[in-house]
Design a protein around this ligand. Structure first.
Ligand code: PA5
Length: 458
């Protein structure tokens, strides 16, 4: 089986000769520190050898729970935010039918069961969103996967309360228990208390796996299995990438080491923004997952590459001008899918009114690939370094490879940058203010202070 590959040639040419190789000692030291547990945030390294530690029995438990939901639900709502949501959404959207929202996807992979529609909620506080979701669910047999490591995240907890009440009202309390599943901490948090008290099926998020590194725990695996995708293959891809990016793999052959070295080299040379590019709209949420992984891991201590993303060719017609000729502080990382799952040939037309007969008989993907190549040449000419990750096919196995590749590269890269990639202290700032403004018990002093400040600012 082929692996994903990484082409750094059109990025390293923007750096001084030997600059990438010069990162080898730092990158090696960073990976050693991860392996030896001597890096900052070393109590959050459970993801490092997670793929190889996943057992068939664990996957069978995930599949059994997913099958229960699949048998009993037309719709499964996945409630979660940040790392408790983006990984599952990234995989489900990458592998699913682009029109899954409108049609029932009949491709039930492992069991032959009908795939339920998967909805995502608990990732915003939009009243319209939540109202419209509850309206949509009114005549549906729906279940809920409530995902929160802390068990106290406002967006998710607020949504879960709404969903729990609606599910119980529609199915009765006892039936609702069969279709509500919690994925949370082993002991702490309101989600754990609720799951234990109500007797919900629950899965544990390991203490030493942070949210944005948790897609290969039940956080990601359960929703992905529910959607009908093959989690064994996903894990197999991650396991193979764990080997391919192991600490003893030579620097020049280790994809994650190379990626970490190049992006740090570019950052030091003034390229402060990395744009994740795809040419398949299905990968939109994969970029969202990647942005969180790198943004929350590296953006601290006044440092960090800003992770951005675009969907090409769509965004060539909105962001293309900026990328081609704007401030030269950006570089691109392109995920290119070698072979789309489906085949569509462009038809010939006798009248040729649109002048497109030069494309007749070609696959649509051939046009897309030429757009990709043309864009790469133009952007490199325009001063935008370009890395290219080539993925043989968009399936569970290769998505698993991509996930682990980006995780290990992030761990290495954050250590090279000399930050703790596994904390997110900055996320607390807005929460503290919001709780103070909402008069949450325990925030009395902050509440007084913030109200005085706002009164002065009026
Ligand atoms: O990466 C992280 O740790 C965060 O993005 C969390 O996943 C996110 O804040 C959700 O937290 P929780 O799972 O505790 O609800």
């Amino acid at each position: 089986m082929k692996n994903i590959t990484l082409d750094i040639t059109k990025a390293s040419c923007f750096l001084a000769e030997g600059a990438v190789a010069a990162f080898e000692p730092k990158v090696k030291a960073a990976q050693e520190a991860l392996e030896n547990g001597t890096c900052p945030g070393n109590d959050f390294l459970g993801w490092l050898h997670l793929p190889s530690s996943i057992t068939p029995a664990f996957l069978a438990e995930i599949q059994a729970c997913a099958d229960t939901l699949r048998q009993n639900c037309e719709v499964v709502v996945v409630a979660g935010i940040g790392g408790s949501y983006l990984g599952a959404r990234a995989v489900i959207e990458a592998l699913g039918n682009s029109f899954a929202w409108l049609i029932q996807d009949k491709k039930a992979v492992s069991t032959g069961l009908q795939n339920p529609t998967i909805l995502f909620a608990g990732n915003n506080i939009g009243e319209d969103y939540l109202f419209e979701m509850t309206e949509y669910l009114k005549d549906k047999k729906f279940g809920v996967i409530n995902i929160s490591k802390s068990g106290t995240t406002t967006e998710t907890a607020l949504t879960f309360r709404l969903l729990k009440k609606q599910c119980e009202a529609q199915r009765g309390k006892e039936e609702a228990k069969k279709v509500i599943v919690a994925v949370t901490d082993a002991k702490r948090g309101a989600a754990r208390t609720c799951a234990d008290k109500e007797g919900y099926k629950s899965f544990i998020i390991p203490d030493n796996v942070g949210g944005r590194f948790s897609v290969l725990t039940p956080v990601g695996l359960l929703p992905i299995a529910c959607a009908g995708f093959d989690v064994k293959q996903l894990v197999a891809g991650a396991q193979d990438m764990e080997k391919a990016c192991g600490k003893d793999v030579p620097f020049s052959e280790n994809l994650a080491a190379q990626y970490a070295a190049v992006r740090n080299g570019l950052y030091q040379s003034g390229k402060k923004i990395e744009i994740m590019v795809n040419y398949q709209p299905k990968l939109h949420f994969f970029s969202e997952w990647w942005k969180q992984l790198y943004g929350e891991s590296e953006g601290k201590d006044g440092k960090g590459i800003f992770p951005a993303s675009v969907d090409f060719t769509t965004d060539l017609h909105s962001m293309g001008q900026w990328i081609q000729e704007g401030e030269r502080t950006i570089f691109e990382t392109v995920i290119s899918i070698e072979e789309p799952e489906k085949k569509l040939l462009f038809p010939s037309d006798e009248e040729n009114l649109d002048g497109l007969n030069f494309l007749a008989g070609k696959r649509v993907d051939e046009v897309n690939k030429m757009a990709e190549l043309g864009t790469r040449l133009a952007h490199v000419d325009g001063g935008v370094p370009n890395m290219r990750i080539s993925v043989p096919q968009l399936n569970e196995y290769y998505i698993g490879q991509l996930i682990y590749f980006f995780e290990i590269a992030c761990g290495i890269s954050g250590n090279v940058l000399d930050v703790n990639p596994f904390n997110q202290p900055g996320v607390e700032a807005y929460k503290k203010n919001m709780f103070a403004l909402l008069d949450k018990p325990g925030y009395e002093a902050e509440s007084k202070a913030i109200k005085e400040r706002l009164a002065k600012e009026k």
